[in-house]
Design a protein around this ligand. Structure first.
Ligand SMILES: Cc1cc2nc3c(=O)[nH]c(=O)nc-3n(C[C@H](O)[C@H](O)[C@H](O)COP(=O)(O)OP(=O)(O)OC[C@H]3O[C@@H](n4cnc5c(N)ncnc54)[C@H](O)[C@@H]3O)c2cc1C
Length: 409
């Protein structure tokens, strides 16, 4: 049948590429990959600041979230089924070597994310049964009789493809510049799927500005950021905090955002300890000695924190006692008002609820329709958890389709 395929993979990102490479194993399966961008894996090539933080030593011990209840457990199960070790041996089978850094983040030894995209691309070029079509935006998918009809805009021309199975790997709605504008959700909804609320995650946070308006551009290394929602501690991250004109950025904030993204409306507060390695008692004693030796209260934090930050801390302290000043250094509070949004976020929190899919990530609403990657309501912490989920979920789907294909032969 012309333009007819066993499987159509929509989206040539991390999950779509994984799925297609795995499906390449069965040469009897005619597979089509449709990617709207000019190239495959554009986002994958940009991951980890271009170095490709592919997975994490901590994968398998939590680190995943879900907006809908029980989704988190399903996400963990998917990642257990196709684990970090499986991902690394899969990458090795493509020809990549990986190594972990001191924080447990796993990178290719090339330290070049685009080299991983290239490995996927080369593998698919060699696969006789996989056809890749770039600059191909899938606009709609319909089920007619025993097959799916995919209407696609290919370089300005409308084309129709037919497939017995469809894998939706269109990603979420974060970082639209990589082709992920959430259009895959529309395709899912057309088959009766629902969508959880969506939130930008792994993103800079907007906070109350008045308190920090003179701190723009100041970076504090190795601060401890504790987030509270409804008075309960929900995260604790150590890393850089950078003050900006909208609020705070830096890697500690970025990681914190994964925990607070869906709780901002409920009142989230950041408590920053600028000196986590100095005890409060020691700080109180140093400040007390300075004051006793006749130091002007204005000088009291000089040499302890950044001068400008010191001035802001002093202006926020309830009074000029060593205890009150030390308290402000170690528990500087900032209410979170929002985030920089999807355009700046790396990941979408929320998506198609996992409970609407079976154990193979096949739709419970439409037989033959599968989901993998960020389109699903599963997101991970910063540090390789999201690419691992893209790999694991795509592997679940690919293995199910391979088994189905094997049964038919
Ligand atoms: C800048 C940046 C850095 C990141 N760094 C890391 C990192 O180091 N480690 C980590 O774990 N995660 C990282 N992430 C997150 C990670 O990249 C994503 O979670 C992951 O790529 C999701 O994989 P996916 O296959 O679901 O979607 P994507 O990789 O986003 O791929 C979806 C693809 O579908 C295509 N598409 C969408 N709609 C259609 C359509 N209708 N028709 C045809 N094609 C379509 C898009 O063009 C896109 O190529 C980063 C994200 C960003 C933005």
């Amino acid at each position: 049948m012309k333009n007819g395929f066993e499987i159509a993979v929509i989206g040539g990102g991390a999950s779509g590429l994984t799925c297609a490479v795995k499906l390449a194993k069965n040469k009897q399966l005619k597979v089509l990959v449709l990617e709207r961008g000019e190239r495959l894996g554009r986002k994958l090539s940009a991951t980890g600041n271009g170095q490709g933080n592919l997975t994490n030593e901590r994968v398998g011990h939590g680190g995943y979230f879900s907006v809908s209840s029980h989704g988190e457990k399903r996400a963990e199960e998917i990642v257990e089924k196709y684990s970090k070790a499986d991902f690394l041996s899969f990458l090795e089978s493509l020809g990549a070597l990986c190594e972990a850094d001191e924080k447990g983040r796993v990178y290719p030894t090339s330290r070049q994310a685009s080299s991983i995209t290239d490995l996927f691309r080369y593998r698919l070029e060699r696969a006789e049964n996989v056809f890749v079509c770039t600059k191909a935006l899938v606009e709609s998918v319909e089920r007619k009789n025993e097959e799916f009809v995919l209407r696609c805009l290919v370089e300005g021309e409308t084309k129709t493809f037919y497939a017995k199975n469809v894998v939706l790997c269109t990603g979420g709605t974060a970082a639209k510049n990589f082709g992920t504008d959430g259009n895959g959700y529309k395709i899912a909804k057309a088959f009766g799927h629902t969508l959880t609320p969506l939130y930008p995650s792994l993103v800079q946070l907007k906070t109350e500005k008045e308190k920090i308006k003179t701190l723009k551009g100041i970076r504090v290394n190795d601060a401890c950021v504790v987030a509270f929602s409804c008075g309960k501690e929900i995260s604790r991250e150590i890393g850089d905090v950078i003050f900006t004109d909208y609020g705070v950025s830096g890697d500690a904030i970025f990681r914190t955002s994964a925990f607070v993204a869906d709780k901002i409306d409920q009142g989230t507060i950041l408590e920053i300890d600028f000196l986590p390695n100095v005890s409060k008692e020691r700080l109180i004693s140093v400040i007390a000695k300075k004051l006793e030796s006749g130091a002007n209260p204005k000088e009291v934090l000089c040499g302890i924190v950044n001068n400008q930050l010191g001035r802001v801390i002093l202006s926020c302290a309830a009074c000029a006692t060593p205890e009150a000043i030390a308290c402000e250094v170690k528990s500087f509070t900032l209410p979170v008002l929002g985030s920089l949004g999807f355009d700046y976020a790396q990941v979408t929190k929320g998506g198609v609820p996992l409970c609407e899919t079976d154990e193979n990530l096949q739709s419970k609403k439409q037989k033959g329709l599968y989901f993998a990657g960020e389109i699903l309501d599963a997101d991970g912490e910063c540090g390789g958890f999201n690419l691992q989920f893209a790999y694991s979920s795509a592997s679940v789907v690919a293995e199910a389709l391979l088994q189905q294909g094997a049964k038919k032969q």
